[in-house]
Design a protein around this ligand. Structure first.
Ligand SMILES: Nc1ncnc2c1ncn2[C@@H]1O[C@H](COP(=O)(O)OP(=O)(O)OP(=O)(O)O)[C@@H](O)[C@H]1O
Length: 369
């Protein structure tokens, strides 16, 4: 009998989680596979993922559980996305899904149904216990290109204390080599490129179009001049530069989404740059909440490089104010800002809507004259 604790491994049917469970098993951990059934559609997280995960567990000779999580996925992710886009923000579903749909419920199921106290996933990130601070710290993965720590910033200490990331210290190439070495049928599965919802529905636009009706409106500049038309403000993101469908001599960025008048407001680079923003729903991970301002680097999107920032805690709330050393162009309400000291993830939260002065619609101004 192994002295190692039993671990429940979240399986999506993809190569990363397949190698995560096979590696833990090879190290002597008693393992159980668990797949959350998240939505209907094609691709992982749907029936295809369930079948691949079941087949993998059969090959490995380990138990496999499937938990129908479609209802909580609908409640916490689909509704969150649809209401966010409808109100003019661009929500980040992955960190919320990790906390509320995946890690929290997986650990609860493991404990309550299986009496198992540890869970693992195929995420590329590392958890390190710091005995001095008595905190479970989150660190970037060794494979910087695959690092997924950004999406995990919202995990509380109670969960991090019970999580293993078996792939955090290896490269994706090593994962693929191990998949072949273990003879896993998932070894040659292509990399998932995008958000699971996008894989299942084709694009975010196609997904949203099922819920939010098209509603034509104006694309205007910061003076209220009409430059073009759109089919719904939910197709746009603050900071967006490409795909605006308007010809202009200089690059234009979306600087505000005016829900009240169903308008997209665009501006030049100088208008689009932001030096600060407010971040709410902050989760402090590797350090406790500071009382003094702190310098760090911050990522305002998954794929943007970290940039220098000062984080100013609000004495009266859990919010913080971020002050960037240089103006940033993709500061998008609804997305996560996640700050680091080197490779150590300190904390993160959700960027709050900011007030960009929006011009009065033309007819209102004409009426006032
Ligand atoms: N439906 C699910 N049920 C259980 N665990 C899941 C599910 N989807 C994802 N996970 C876990 O979260 C990890 C990261 O998921 P993500 O969607 O980012 O996939 P990925 O990085 O492409 O990994 P994989 O190759 O395993 O699909 C997975 O490796 C897996 O452990």
């Amino acid at each position: 009998m192994s002295d190692l604790p039993a671990v429940v491994v979240g399986l999506s049917g993809g190569v990363d989680s397949s190698v995560a469970i096979a590696s833990l098993k090879a190290q002597g951990y008693p393992v159980v596979g668990l797949t959350l059934w998240l939505m209907k559609g094609k691709g992982q997280c749907c029936s295809e993922g369930l079948v691949d995960a079941a087949r993998l567990c059969e090959e490995l000779g380990v138990p496999h559980h499937i938990v129908d999580s479609r209802e909580i996925f609908e409640k916490y992710i689909v509704n969150y996305l649809v209401s966010g886009y409808a109100s003019g923000v661009t929500p980040l579903p992955c960190s919320q899904c990790n906390r509320l749909v995946k890690f929290g419920p997986m650990l609860a199921y493991s404990r309550e149904q299986l009496g198992i106290d540890y869970i693992a996933t195929g995420h590329y990130a590392q958890v390190k216990y710091n005995p001095t601070s008595d905190r479970y710290e989150l660190w970037r993965a060794v494979d910087r290109h695959k690092d997924q720590s950004y999406f995990l910033y919202d995990l509380p200490q109670e969960i991090l204390a019970h999580v293993l990331f078996p792939l955090g210290q290896q490269t994706k190439a090593e994962t693929r080599a191990l998949a072949a070495q273990y003879g896993l049928h998932t070894a040659s599965k292509p990399e998932s490129q995008d958000l699971c919802l996008i894989e299942a529905h084709g694009s975010m636009r196609q997904f949203l179009d099922q819920y939010l009706p098209s509603q034509q409106g104006e694309i205007v500049d910061v003076h209220g001049r009409v430059l073009g038309y759109h089919q719904g403000i939910h197709h746009y993101t603050i900071g967006q530069r490409k795909g605006l469908g308007i010809a202009a001599p200089e690059p234009l960025y979306v600087v505000a989404l005016d829900r009240e008048h169903n308008r997209v407001i665009v501006g030049d680079r100088a208008t689009a740059g932001r030096r600060e923003c407010t971040v709410a729903r902050v989760n402090w991970v590797s350090i406790p909440r500071p009382t003094e301002p702190l310098t760090a680097t911050v990522q305002i999107r998954y794929r943007t490089p970290p940039v220098p920032v000062t984080i100013i805690p609000d004495p009266n709330s859990e919010q913080v104010q971020l002050e960037f050393a240089e103006p940033q162009f993709g500061v998008t309400p609804g997305q996560a800002a996640v700050w680091y000291a080197g490779d150590r993830l300190l904390g993160g939260g959700i960027i709050q809507p900011f007030s960009t002065p929006t011009p009065e619609p033309l007819e209102t101004r004409v009426a006032q004259v």
